[in-house]
Design a protein around this ligand. Sequence first.
Ligand code: HXC
Length: 258
Amino acid sequence: MSESLIEVRDNAGIVRLTINRPKALNALNSEVIAELERLLVDLEGRDDLRAVLITGAGEKAFVAGADITEMRGKSPQQARDFAGQALRTIKRLETLPVPVVALVNGFCLGGGCELALACDWAVASDNAIFGQPEVQLGVIPGFGGTQRLPRRVGPAMALDLVTTGRKIDAAEALRIGLVNRVMTQDELEAYADELAGQLGGNGPQAVRSAKQAVHDGLDQDLDSALALENSLFALCFACEEQTEGMGAFVEKRKPNFR
Ligand code: HXC
């Protein structure tokens, strides 16, 4: 049986997706993107989903970009379709209702960096290398990098990276806010357990509402976004989680969220 292009591990609703093309440094070809989209459609419907982690197989790369060998012969229309398929898939990842975290375990270039940017946050191993080197190939980022990178690190740093194509190490990625934390490969391996421990004690619906408030609010002016928060906050008081969470505090016990 052939190995799957994306490995899936599920530990009590914390789902870990591993892009599995290590010989090509996990480069994203159309097959990988289609497989990722299929998996995300399944995950979208799962009420027990708590978080999604995405990483790359092997110790060398998260994802070294879109597959250059596949892209090189494409016509403009084929290139648009290829990027369109990836944009749609990456958007699905971004809009999952639970936290989505990139575990960046090595090269994170081009389409790989764009995949990480669609995650709610990223943690990196200390050997990770980031960049948007597309201009060195005569193209520009096509999986959302020109839009999500400036939103994450500011337009000046994004323009520095997308026009020079220079690569940066994990320390610089941390300094500019591209990643939240840097750790060793071993610590990165254990991060799923750490996250399970942290999220496990929280109200699952509250975690989803917190993500929704941040994401939807960012697309609105501040007054509308604050009104959105107010509505989502009020909605918490219609859920059992609030009764349990606040009740547990008053009764000096741990909450037991279902
Ligand atoms: C296809 C790739 C690849 C890629 C690596 N490989 N990156 N294949 N697409 N993006 C393949 C290599 O061809 C090689 O295959 C194998 O993986 C190992 O890579 P090496 O180059 O031998 O490794 P190393 O010398 O350690 O260099 C690592 C590297 C380099 C610095 C990451 O591979 C590299 O520069 N890769 C391309 C990075 C890049 O430009 N990414 C952006 C792509 S454009 P063989 O068969 O020779 O062993 C992009 C656009 C997105 O992402 C939007 C499009 C719409």
